[in-house]
Design a protein around this ligand. Structure first.
Ligand code: AG3
Length: 286
């Protein structure tokens, strides 16, 4: 095996994660970012943007289960969903498993990500060809939410990159305020919430939480174990106008749907909102 490696630096000059590159599939400088797709013997095909790991075939199920199912288990009547980012298609794939969902609008800024994933990551991106309820818009999510009508969506998923580069505008008060405005009166916002262990990441997490808390009456954070992201543990935010993620969990209703999932279940749902003390402290200072 060739000795070529993809490295994601978690702490500059001190800590990194390495995946051996078995095959180079796609390298492109898009108008927005550096897009790379490789194959690793253990994790399968994986995509990176600006040097940060986004998806691997082997562990994407964790992320896509956890971004999608908690909100649907809290409000089983969600019909209209907006996904911001998520160009690999994994979030749309999970949402589309619910027959009662009527419409999935997805706004991805970088069409090159969609095209490359269709070619190399069909396990997430085949949803583009199989799902008639999915309406893909190649455009800027910040602008989209600014122009969308009030009370349109039941659920918004912000499946973004880190808050540097094209993802930056998705971590601002103005963006969260527009999300609030375009959500219905019982709307839920789930957002990619970074990680809490290394100092610079923890600051990003804290900043995001402090902004969301200003806009939404209910703002919680939940975690999940994903081996290829920094420290193996990552977080989503659950912000909502009405529903509490634990008190309003519809365990029986969700289980009666009979969806087969590999990471999510209603026990994990409850456990995911239990946070380590250092994370609670970071968030309470937000
Ligand atoms: N979105 C990116 C999650 C954060 C990755 N950050 C990192 N590796 N430093 C994943 C897209 C999946 N649909």
């Amino acid at each position: 095996m060739a000795d070529i490696w993809f490295n994601e630096h978690h702490v500059t000059g001190s800590v990194k994660l390495g995946l051996n590159i078995q095959e180079i599939l796609h390298i492109e400088k898009t108008p927005f970012q550096e897009l790379q797709i490789y194959r690793n013997e253990t994790f399968g095909v994986f995509m990176t943007l600006d040097g940060f790991l986004q998806v691997t075939e082997k562990d994407e199920f964790v992320y896509h289960d956890m971004i999608s199912h908690p909100a649907l288990a809290v409000n089983p009547t969600i019909k209209n969903v907006l996904i911001i980012g998520g160009g690999d298609g994994g979030s749309a794939r999970e949402i589309a498993r619910y027959n009662h969902i009527e419409k999935i609008d997805m706004v991805e800024i970088d069409g090159a990500v969609v095209e490359a994933c269709k070619k190399y990551l069909p396990s997430t991106a085949s949803v583009y060809t199989t799902e008639p309820r999915l309406n893909l818009i190649i455009g800027d999510g910040v602008q989209f939410v600014a122009e969308a009508a009030d009370c349109t969506y039941d659920l918004i998923l912000v499946d973004s990159t880190d808050p540097a580069g094209p993802g930056e505008g998705l971590f601002t008060i103005a963006f969260y305020e527009n999300c609030y405005r375009i959500l219905k009166e019982d709307g839920i916002l789930i957002n990619q919430h970074e990680c809490a262990f290394h100092d610079l990441d923890a600051i990003q997490m804290q900043k995001a939480h402090s902004k969301i808390k200003k806009v939404f009456p209910i703002a919680r954070v939940y975690g999940f174990n994903i081996p290829t992201y920094s420290t193996g543990y990552w977080y989503f935010g659950f912000a909502s106008k009405k529903y509490d993620p634990i008190k309003d969990l519809k365990t029986e209703q969700w289980e009666n749907l009979g969806l087969k999932t590999k990471y999510y279940n209603t026990d994990i749902h409850i456990g995911a909102f239990a946070l380590p003390t250092y994370v609670k402290e970071i968030l309470s200072k937000a």
